[in-house]
Design a protein. Structure first.
Length: 329
């Protein structure tokens, strides 16, 4: 039985990845931060096979202890301050967790080791935010980085240090440069979920407007369930490498808004949407679209969920959840 440790187990991707690995027969361990993390119960209920171990990406000692306990074959480092807007408010914390946190996990792996025949394999959750003010379109593994936020800068460090540990110490370390991926489990702070939740509430008469920031940026949006499969595939190869994972399509925020309202039967979204400067960022990433041909050719990875399906699934889910809340009073 293979053993895997997931940091960021309580996040969107951590939960999908844990389910995927459990379905493949892995024994899965999850790093849980905080002394009374309210999300622990959610993991126990959703994926009871997962064993939670206490630790934090800012505490190397805890990471060493967790890796000693889990004895993993594979470590997936998904933990981060992942909300770009928050990284402008708390840049130092972001650098410490999203950036230096990667170094600490790599060091913990080096300290604990793993058997010589079976060294620990490492996955780093890199991001299309590293491309930022893009130098070319579409973006590939070779596109230079130009991050536009403290989050993007921290991810560039995490990416580079992963490559450096692979080259310096021969670690089986892979970096997945994943473009935006969303789902019914997406946090409500991100624009897609903020939109689909508001659409559901407006449809049910629980809310009458949706305040958003910049509606022009374009993103390459896929479904998280497809993307966690790419993470696993990277660690099953003979050689470690870095891969872009994306759909190759790009859509403006306002297109997502329009499609989400239409799914709920509302054709004129402009009546409900108010542009609020508070949600604008000091520097914006205007256009992202990835070229995943390397992942498709080498990993055999293909996305299954289309943009339309993604929007429809999220809206339908939020309509169901909000309707249930209403009927429960
Ligand atoms: P989430 O924000 O949903 O999850 C982040 C996770 O990190 C949570 O489990 C959180 O724990 C944990 N965490 C935060 N701080 C610490 C800490 N100090 N120590 C330990 N754990 C911590 O992110 P996603 O699931 O969406 O993304 C997973 C990873 O992939 C992240 O690194 C993100 O930056 C990256 N990424 C995401 C993309 C996307 O579109 N979703 C695209 C590209 C990269 P808690 O819940 O307890 O706060
Ligand atoms: P992003 O996701 O910054 O791409 O990072 P987010 O959904 O936060 O923003 C996408 C775009 O929408 C614009 N926007 C708004 N965003 C939010 N959150 N709220 C608003 O009200 C709003 N109005 C407009 C933003 O300006 C932006 O252009 C996500 C995260 O998951 C990262 O961790 C990950 O690395 C990248 O995707 C790839």
């Amino acid at each position: 039985m293979k053993r895997a440790l997931i940091t960021g187990i309580t996040g969107q991707d951590g939960r999908y990845l844990a389910e995927l690995l459990v379905s493949k027969g892995y024994q899965v361990f999850g790093l849980l931060k905080g002394q009374a993390n309210p999300k622990a119960q959610m993991i126990h209920t959703e994926i009871p096979q997962v064993e939670l171990l206490a630790g934090d990406l800012t505490d190397l000692t805890s990471l060493v202890r967790v890796i000693e306990t889990a004895q993993p074959d594979e470590v997936y480092n998904l933990a981060a301050i992942s909300f770009v807007a928050m990284s402008f408010q708390q840049p130092e914390l972001t650098a410490n967790i999203t950036g230096l946190g990667v170094l600490r996990v790599l060091e913990a792996i080096r300290i604990v080791g793993g058997s010589q025949n079976n060294p620990i394999r490492f996955y780093q959750a890199s991001s299309s935010e590293m491309f930022g003010k893009v130098r070319e379109t579409p973006q590939t593994e070779m596109t230079p980085f130009h991050p536009r936020s403290p989050y993007g800068c921290a991810k560039v460090f995490g990416h580079d240090i992963t490559v450096n540990y692979r080259e310096s110490y021969g670690l089986f370390a892979c970096s997945g440069i994943l473009f935006n991926h969303e789902s019914e489990r997406r946090g409500h702070e991100f624009v897609t979920r903020k939109i689909t939740n508001a659409v559901a509430r407006i449809k049910l008469g629980l809310q009458n407007e949706l305040a958003l920031g910049n509606l022009e940026p374009q993103r390459d949006w896929g479904h998280a369930e497809d993307y966690v499969e790419a993470m696993w595939l990277m660690l099953q190869q003979d050689e470690p490498d870095d891969y872009v994972v994306a759909t190759g399509e790009t859509h403006a925020v306002k297109e997502f808004v329009d499609k989400a309202f239409r799914r709920a039967g509302i054709d004129d979204y402009e009546q409900y949407v108010r542009v609020d400067p508070r949600f604008f960022r000091p520097a914006e990433v205007d256009l992202l679209v990835g070229d995943a041909s390397k992942a498709e050719a080498k990993l055999g990875w293909h996305r299954r969920v289309s943009f339309d399906d993604l929007v429809h699934r999220m809206v339908d889910h939020d309509l169901k959840v909000e309707s249930e809340l209403v009927s429960r009073g």
